[in-house]
Design a binder for this molecule. Structure first.
Ligand code: PAF
Length: 281
């Protein structure tokens, strides 16, 4: 499986495949791939003739105090996983290849990026929308695959594709979890054994929220309080946010009387983890 580093080179592959009438699936990633990414690639392989995976730690979506420098990287492992999952090509541009020194153009989404991660990570979704737009223009895929663990990101990209008329089908794929319930994430690698155990509190609190919903609770405040109390029992955990939002507008709601996203970000030690569920599931 070729690893491609430049935009002109990847465009050659895409042009040749399109001339043959082949369909192209795309899985954008920031590398350090795990089972969650593998499931996206495998789904893309099932549904397309060729699959491109991008591996790019995008600087514009990190805040000044975030983990851009320490974000885990392992290109050898990533390329093996891509090959095993059946990808056709791995696109691995450098930051200089993607952003010229005098780069000034950004894609900004209003409303959907105001709450949840958008509130605690200002400019994060501006960076995501910008890089995904650039990658879509470079790869010109027919379909692109995103995980539901980044549920707000998925909603934003779906809206961006609609608003900006990209001719690309966006496919949202289920969260992949460890056996004990922890959502797979490249950042799980930061956790020491104590923190790894403590991190279970996210999925446990979400399950508690689901139980209350199943029992007929519809007040966001009551649901959020129950989940908050559960997380506060874990000494290593510090809540960034727990919110319930309308599944389409990503705006806060008081009563669960329509499809919603229940999402949380919790620090376990210094590591910020996110998890969520859509309701109804
Ligand atoms: O979800 C991610 O890994 C990133 O936000 C993405 C979509 C690859 C953009 O950098």
């Amino acid at each position: 499986m070729p690893i491609i580093y430049t935009i002109p080179e990847i465009r050659k592959y895409v042009k040749a495949w399109k001339e043959e009438g082949l369909s192209i699936g795309f899985v954008p990633t920031m590398g350090f791939l795990h089972e969650g990414h593998k499931s996206l690639i495998e789904r893309a392989v099932k549904e397309n003739d060729r699959v491109i995976v991008s591996d790019f730690v995008n600087p514009t979506q990190f805040g000044p105090k975030e983990d851009l420098k320490t974000y885990p990287r392992d290109l050898d492992r990533d390329s093996q996983l891509c090959e095993q999952a059946g990808a056709s090509l791995l696109f691995c541009p450098s930051p200089e290849e993607m952003y010229s020194e005098d780069y000034t153009t950004y894609v900004n989404m209003e409303q959907l990026s105001e709450e949840l991660c958008g509130k605690s990570r200002p400019n994060h979704f501006r960076g995501v929308c910008t890089v995904v737009t650039k990658l879509f223009h470079i790869v010109t895929p027919h379909c692109a695959y995103f995980g539901k663990k980044d549920a707000q990101q998925l909603a934003i990209i779906q809206r961006m594709v609609r608003d900006l008329n990209f001719d690309i089908k966006i496919v949202g794929c289920p969260i992949i979890r460890e056996e004990d319930g922890l959502a797979k994430s490249s950042r799980n690698t930061y956790l020491n054994p104590h923190e790894r155990k403590a991190a279970l509190v996210l999925s446990q609190a979400l399950n508690l929220g689901k139980q209350h919903l199943l029992q007929g609770e519809t007040s966001s405040n009551v649901l959020i309080d129950a989940m908050t109390r559960q997380i506060e029992q874990e000494p290593l955990a510090k809540i960034d946010y727990i919110n319930i939002v309308d599944a389409s507008s990503m705006q806060l709601i008081e009563t669960v009387n329509r499809p919603v996203l229940c999402a949380m970000a919790v620090y376990i030690g210094k590591t910020r983890l996110i998890d969520n569920f859509f309701w109804p599931e």
